[in-house]
Design a protein around this ligand. Structure first.
Ligand SMILES: Nc1ncnc2c1ncn2[C@@H]1O[C@H](COP(=O)(O)OP(=O)(O)OP(=O)(O)O)[C@@H](O)[C@H]1O
Ligand SMILES: [Mg+2]
Length: 280
């Protein structure tokens, strides 16, 4: 079997060399890049099974490298493991929002890194195998972290299974982030024992997503009017306004604890512009 090829991206040359020797010893084929621009060049030239990506680097930083790769259909499927000294929960969330598959903080144990490398490659492989016409994902959230990881997986599926342009897929990702955060913060009130489910159905003419929380719902008739462009100037309450600009329809069910988004793949659903407000 061919060796799995790993790109190590870090401006710390000693760390690159150390990791490179270790991964060679563990049976991988490592390559090194010392800044973001170098990394992007190498990805164009070679096929990688995984990228280990530092964040703070000269020229192009790791967030940007990650986002530039994940937004392209050709490269979206390459798993990215961020390895960074930025170690707060917010840092991790920022990293995952750019599309990373997993995140390890420095300093790290080499054995943990190896486990994470293997798990990340395996998770990505499985996610590409589990393709069905009707794709459904359901999960138990422990943190905003795991929600964003699931959305990243789902986005990978959309790259594989639809012809949507990358920026359209990115719009769906933004919408799912906003609604997931609402489900976690307003619906489940940050209770870690409560679950958020995301379902994604891929039909011939449209995508449907349902995000469901265990909260009590809310007064859905008061959601912002998407034709009112003042919405974008608000401090809070911008989430639903933004989402309504990004999808074709948004509908609250179950008194507000489930939200269904529809995005048409082409044609009729879009002729009247982006948003066709339908809600109960
Ligand atoms: N799943 C939900 N469960 C309960 N209430 C919700 C839910 N989703 C939205 N809401 C209500 O709708 C309001 C508007 O949501 P929206 O996302 O537009 O703004 P926000 O979350 O308050 O602020 P932000 O601009 O940071 O997103 C929320 O403040 C909340 O009261
Ligand atoms: Mg919100």
């Amino acid at each position: 079997m061919a060796k799995q090829r790993i790109l190590i991206v870090d401006d710390d040359i000693d760390l690159c060399n150390m990791l490179s020797r270790y991964l060679t010893f563990k049976g991988f084929e490592p390559h090194c890049a010392y800044d973001g621009a170098d990394a992007l060049e190498k990805v164009h030239e070679n096929k990688y099974d995984l990228i280990i990506l530092d964040i703070m680097m000269p020229k192009i930083d790791g967030y940007e490298v990650c986002q530039r790769l994940k937004i392209q259909r050709e490269y979206n499927a390459i798993p990215i493991l961020m390895l960074s000294a930025k170690s707060t929960e917010e840092d991790k969330i920022t990293g995952l929002k750019t599309g990373a598959d997993s995140y390890i903080s420095k300093p790290f144990e080499i054995a943990d890194l190896l486990t994470s490398i293997r798990n990340t490659i395996e998770k990505s492989r499985r996610s590409h195998e589990e393709l069905g016409i009707k794709h459904e994902i359901s999960f138990h959230f422990e943190s905003r972290f795991s929600y964003i990881e699931k959305v990243n997986e789902l986005i990978g599926q959309l790259f594989l299974r639809t012809d949507l342009a990358p920026d359209e897929i990115w719009e769906i990702k933004l919408a799912l982030h906003e609604l997931g955060i609402n489900a976690i913060e307003h619906g489940n009130k940050m209770d870690p024992d409560k679950t958020v489910n995301i379902f994604c159905h891929i039909y011939d003419d449209r995508l449907e997503f349902e995000i469901n929380d265990e909260g009590e719902g809310f007064e859905v008739d008061n959601i912002p009017d998407p034709t009112d462009d003042e919405g974008i100037c608000r401090d809070r309450g911008r989430g639903l306004f933004l989402v309504s600009k990004l999808v074709d329809s948004i509908k609250y069910l179950d008194g507000g604890s489930t939200v269904r988004l529809t995005r048409f793949l082409s044609g009729e659903g879009r002729v009247n512009g982006r948003f066709n407000k339908t809600r109960k």
